[in-house]
Design a protein around this ligand. Structure first.
Ligand code: ADP
Length: 397
């Protein structure tokens, strides 16, 4: 069965056409600058990348162009759209309503819309993408896969904030967590790599990309995660602050004469390693290069980053009463051996020792702990698209 996976952002759209039997990617690509001018990168499997700049005034046009590319005589990978059996859509926020993926109906669309308040940049974009696909592929079943769903198993003690109860009861203010598809995929892969049943394992997954989060996975279920009501909480990220004293908002607002929304924008877009390094970059490769040239702020940013990840690993080891495996994933987790090693320096006390030689691995699955390490440390490439395709097939079959 061929499944089209769509991940819609406010001005971008990523897609993959996946053969669900083999889990091979038949084609993938990225539409950027939607609503501005338009840029397309299309990669049919086994052929060269094609970069073009077709006008993309809106998401519907962008999806139309993607479908043309997939069926194109030269660059296409299917003869007609009939070959696509279903479409899987990534949706960031599913609130408490969605504990798993589901077939998209009118009611589901309304429920997703109701979650827009918690993800004002992400959810509306996903809805636009879904509606555009429904118009262009009217006969295809569509499935929504939520970033928050995997974390709905968290107990109340992990998801409640210490604020007046009415904000949870009346407004749904609580920890939701994100990157759920990735945490679920990687914890499953970790169990497979260790040859154990996931039900018997306590796994800590560190998804370290531009956005980053850590999840405690006990017996295959998320029991705690570092992101919160929104993806701003938790780790120090590329541009996001992660945890801080909420009183800082008031201080910055007063000092800079800014509104709360403007300060939250600073915490989302101008903070993290970008802000801490004094504006060097949100990309860790640049920050590492600056550190190598002696930039003290860049070094401090990287030190604070690794320390925060290690603190969460410590906390989740206690939360699960022990840990069997720690898995690193996403751009930085999969590729940056130096950051993994820096985090590893804090972990010997919980029985996790990273092997310097085995840690020299980039973008592929490997055990990177020493043979005598009680806790296994793993590097595992994430694959959110395959997870979306799997859920889509399971629901439409
Ligand atoms: P996104 O959250 O956008 O999906 P990714 O998971 O692709 O992000 O991660 C992107 C980030 O990974 C980049 O910003 C970069 O900081 C980091 N990264 C990728 N490769 C490396 C590398 N070799 N060394 C250090 N950092 C890397």
């Amino acid at each position: 069965m061929k499944v089209l996976v769509i991940n819609c952002g406010s001005s971008s759209l990523k897609y993959q056409l996946i053969d669900s039997d083999t889990e091979d990617v038949l084609a993938k690509g990225l539409c950027e600058r939607i609503g501005i001018d338009g840029a397309l990168t299309h990669e049919p499997a086994g052929k060269d990348k094609i970069k073009t700049a077709p006008a993309m005034p809106d998401h519907k046009t962008a999806i139309g162009i993607v479908l043309e590319q997939l069926t194109d005589k030269e660059n296409g990978v299917i003869a007609s759209l009939d070959e696509i059996s279903a479409v899987g859509h990534r949706v960031v926020h599913g609130g408490e309503k969605f504990t798993k993926s589901c077939i998209i109906t009118e009611d589901v669309l309304k429920e997703i819309e109701a979650c827009n308040v918690f993800a004002p940049l992400h959810n509306p974009a996903a809805l636009i993408g879904i509606e555009a696909c429904q118009e262009l592929m009217q006969d295809k079943p569509m499935v929504a896969v939520f970033d928050t769903a995997f974390h709905q198993t968290m107990p109340e003690k992990a998801f409640l904030y210490g604020i007046p109860r009415k904000y949870y009861d009346e407004d749904g203010i609580r920890r939701y967590g994100f990157h759920g598809t990735s945490h679920q995929f990687v914890s499953n892969e970790a169990a497979k790599m260790l040859g154990k049943d996931i039900k018997d394992l306590n796994i800590i997954v560190c998804h370290l990309g531009n956005g980053a989060s850590v999840t405690a996975v006990k017996g295959g279920e998320s029991v705690d995660t570092s992101m919160g009501l929104t993806p701003l909480e938790g780790l120090i990220m590329g541009t996001r602050s992660g945890d801080l004293d909420p009183a800082i908002l008031e201080f910055i607002a007063n000092k800079e004469n800014k509104t709360v929304s403007e300060v939250v924008n600073i915490l989302n877009k101008e903070s993290g390693v970008l802000g801490l390094s004094g504006g060097v970059s949100s990309d860790f490769r640049d920050v590492k290069a600056a550190k190598a040239e002696g930039n003290k702020a860049a070094k401090a940013a990287l030190d604070a980053y690794a320390y925060r990840v290690a603190k969460y690993i410590g906390a989740y080891t206690v939360a699960m009463n022990g840990v069997d495996a720690i898995a690193f994933t996403a751009g930085l987790g999969e590729n940056d051996d130096a950051t993994r090693a820096a985090i590893g320096e804090y972990l010997e006390c919980i029985g996790a020792k990273i092997d310097a030689v085995k840690n020299d691995v980039h973008g592929k699955a490997a055990v990177i702990s020493t043979d005598d390490s009680r806790v296994k440390v793993l590097c595992i490439p994430t694959n959110e698209e395959v997870m979306i395709a799997r859920d889509t097939v399971a629901l439409v079959k």
